[in-house]
Design a protein around this ligand. Structure first.
Ligand SMILES: Cc1cc2nc3c(=O)[nH]c(=O)nc-3n(C[C@H](O)[C@H](O)[C@H](O)COP(=O)(O)OP(=O)(O)OC[C@H]3O[C@@H](n4cnc5c(N)ncnc54)[C@H](O)[C@@H]3O)c2cc1C
Length: 321
């Protein structure tokens, strides 16, 4: 394909990463989103935003996207101002099993006995994996897009066919907004409550995957620690629940005995909506508008929007090359 005049809908992690990759490939890129320049969508902003591989039966592409994203994020961790750092990540387990990435990822190991409390049988340990501070990373991505010649406009579209004819390719990175734009009822919100607490020197990521403090999670960033989580399915209101906050703090304290997460440590509490879909919709060339223009879909990333962002952007750039 020749160089295209691309319109990207959405400026979360999916839209911004795709925009930057396409600008680097020489395309013209404009982004339309509901937020103005300098503001970022709630879902991408409130994420833990760590690189922890997941298994998605039925979508082999996730593995490739995950691998490719690691390479990009690891590079960014050496660059000042990106908000990406490499941290040790513990995924605590009730059973000893080999994750798919055990033989592939050099930094993988199982936990040593002295690293576990009696609550857990094992942990999948990533010695050094990317953890992204969205509060720093999203503005950094936006600045990169602007510096590379990308344009932003605060504008929402009602339907894909409303996108002006000057744009030769439309890329739908609208997160949950894609439900209406693509008439996709497979896309649903998963509501999550997370809590931001003061930093206290703790510098590992710890997650209880399936154990007694299930879905407790501690994610340290430079200026704060995000702890979670409470998932309660398909709800759309974002009002926080104080009892849930207490429960989150308690599960984190139990998961890591001695971890300081008391009510006086709380800086803020948020609910956010993860865009859940079986499977992530990355579709190239499948839908064309009535006038023949291409639409690329890039949405429905569940808890993997950061984990897969660069791999997906590279796939889209490859398709438009
Ligand atoms: C608590 C929490 C923890 C998470 N932790 C992780 C993690 O550790 N690792 C990970 O990889 N992922 C994680 N995720 C998931 C990740 O945050 C999402 O997958 C990702 O942010 C989705 O990004 P997005 O750009 O696709 O959508 P969004 O960030 O929702 O952005 C959507 C964009 O589309 C725009 N838009 C919507 N409708 C329209 C329209 N009609 N016209 C124009 N623009 C429109 C919006 O304005 C917005 O800019 C987490 C999520 C949550 C909530």
């Amino acid at each position: 394909m020749n160089k295209q005049n691309v319109l990207i809908l959405g400026k979360g992690v999916s839209g911004l990463t795709t925009a930057l990759q396409l600008l680097r490939s020489g395309h013209q890129v404009t982004i339309w989103a509901k937020e103005p320049c300098g503001q970022h969508p709630h879902t991408s902003l409130k994420a833990y935003a760590m690189w922890v591989p997941v298994t998605i039966a039925g979508d082999a592409r996730v593995e490739r996207w995950t691998d490719e994203t690691y390479i990009e994020l690891e590079k960014l961790s050496h660059q000042a101002g990106t908000g990406v750092v490499m941290r040790q990540i513990f995924v605590l387990k009730q059973h000893y099993d080999e994750p798919w990435y055990a033989g592939k990822f050099a930094g993988f190991r199982h936990a040593r006995p002295e690293e576990l409390t009696s609550q857990y049988k094992d942990a999948n340990v990533l010695e050094s994996a990317p953890v992204i501070d969205p509060v720093v990373y999203l503005p950094w991505l936006e600045a990169q897009v602007l510096a590379a010649g990308g344009k932003f406009e605060q504008r929402a579209v009602k339907q894909l066919s409303d996108c002006p004819a000057e744009f030769t390719v439309i890329i739908n990175c609208a997160g949950l907004g894609a439900r209406a734009l693509a008439s996709d009822d497979k896309l649903v919100p998963e509501r999550v409550q997370v809590v931001t607490i003061k930093p206290n020197g703790f510098d590992q990521v710890v997650i209880d995957d399936d154990g007694p403090n299930k879905r407790a999670c501690i994610v340290p960033h430079a200026d704060y620690i995000k702890v979670g989580a409470y998932f309660d399915g398909n709800h759309e209101t974002l009002q926080v629940d104080d009892d849930v906050t207490k429960d989150i703090l308690e599960r984190c304290r139990k998961m890591v005995p001695g971890f300081k997460a008391d009510p006086e440590d709380v800086l803020s509490v948020a609910r956010a909506l993860r865009p859940e879909r079986f499977l992530t919709r990355v579709e190239l060339d499948l839908q064309a508008l009535a006038d023949g223009r291409k639409v690329v879909h890039n949405y429905g990333h569940d808890g993997m929007g950061y984990l897969t962002s660069w791999g997906i952007a590279a796939e889209i750039a490859g398709y438009l090359a």
